[in-house]
Design a protein around this ligand. Sequence first.
Ligand SMILES: Cc1cc2nc3c(=O)[nH]c(=O)nc-3n(C[C@H](O)[C@H](O)[C@H](O)COP(=O)(O)OP(=O)(O)OC[C@H]3O[C@@H](n4cnc5c(N)ncnc54)[C@H](O)[C@@H]3O)c2cc1C
Length: 422
Amino acid sequence: MTSQNCLQADVVINGAGMVGGALAVLLAQAGLNVVVLEAQDQSPDMLISELPSQLDAGYQPRVSALTLASQIVLERVGAWQAMQAWRVTPYVGMQVWDGMGSGKISFNAAELHEPYLGHIVENSVTVAAIYQAMQSYDEITLLTGVQMTALSAPDRQGGRVVSLSNQEQCYALVLIGADGAESRTRQLAGIPATAWDYGHHALVTTITTEKPHEWQCWQRFTEDGPLAFLPLAGGVEGHQVSVVWSTSPEHAQQLMSLSDEAFCQALTQASDTCLGQVMTTDPRHAINLRQRHAHHYVERGVALAGDAAHTIHPLAGQGVNLGFLDVAALAEVLIDASEQQLPLGSLEVLRRYQRLRRSDNLRMSATMELFRRLFGDRPAPIRLLRSSGMNFVNRLSPVKNHLAMMAMGVKGDLPKFAQRGV
Ligand SMILES: Cc1cc2nc3c(=O)[nH]c(=O)nc-3n(C[C@H](O)[C@H](O)[C@H](O)COP(=O)(O)OP(=O)(O)OC[C@H]3O[C@@H](n4cnc5c(N)ncnc54)[C@H](O)[C@@H]3O)c2cc1C
């Protein structure tokens, strides 16, 4: 199903965020021809060249805690080195405590014989480094300011014709939806998703604290939701902290309306003064949190990855880490299929990807939901049990270390591109 004025691609990726961009590079490295569509009209050159001055001027409000598995994927993509040169913050410990009880768990890299547990990275740094990596491959055509307007039914091999907002068309052996939570690809492919509100908004900003963060993440479960302090490098070295405060929409609105001084006081109190007084704050941003899970990740000629397939609560900082594991699994499946000359868009090929990722992602979604419910405002006996459980796990080093290694992405059934030393 091809015509002369139709672009041809092995793979069309809709969405050049962290997930779509990283996937494009891994596929291009294997010689596949990739067209990437990005709705935002952003020049990649400007995005890359303006980043250093933006970083000098301050911190970006959106950050992600990246696991070792994500780091390995980003190293394969060729983005990690640039990210390190721009700004990444390793963290060596994590302190989690129950603000309504006496429960506490602490994780420590040294106990796991690792140099760190992970890195806090501004999302703009990760995106710019991936864009820079994309520029090294002639196999990648990046079209910015372009959206999908229609999607044909699959041909016999699963191939699809994608109609674009610039009036062009593109034929793809397979279309990947990496266009985030409100995925247009998911809608056009008719893939249903279950979604519900967590009843939480995440308030994000950057602060300076009186005491040094000691390269630790700090998370307190409050009656309204989890409050996380994530360490940042640079600035007043050791005192810059990224905040993710998940709370009810009403409380978030109230916090948004406070003066900077009153907000710093509210944060100092809500954090149990774990880092002393909160001294300064950057502007605040509130984000509505919803959980979504696509009923299936694949259709003939279409697969979903990252937030297009699943969005989860940020309380354990796992959203894009799951996305990078999707990238690693999907790249492996598509490259294997291409080497075996199998049709990339066939259900036989794409279902292999779904088998590799869907149950793991569902398990993580369910765990986040359990945590959110367990740490809501619960009756006293549940609070007691919760605190005892945390303290029990904290004393049980093998269980605690196993949990930490799973969360870091160094244990478990990882796709090849996310494994150390493969
Ligand atoms: C407050 C908060 C804190 C978080 N903290 C963490 C954390 O610590 N660790 C972690 O792992 N995760 C975290 N996450 C989750 C993480 O931000 C997401 O999982 C991640 O951004 C998803 O990446 P993505 O590339 O799949 O989607 P997106 O980042 O949404 O990118 C999608 C891309 O597609 C483009 N696009 C959208 N629609 C279209 C269209 N119709 N056509 C073409 N292009 C389109 C967009 O412009 C964008 O470039 C957090 C989330 C929140 C809200």
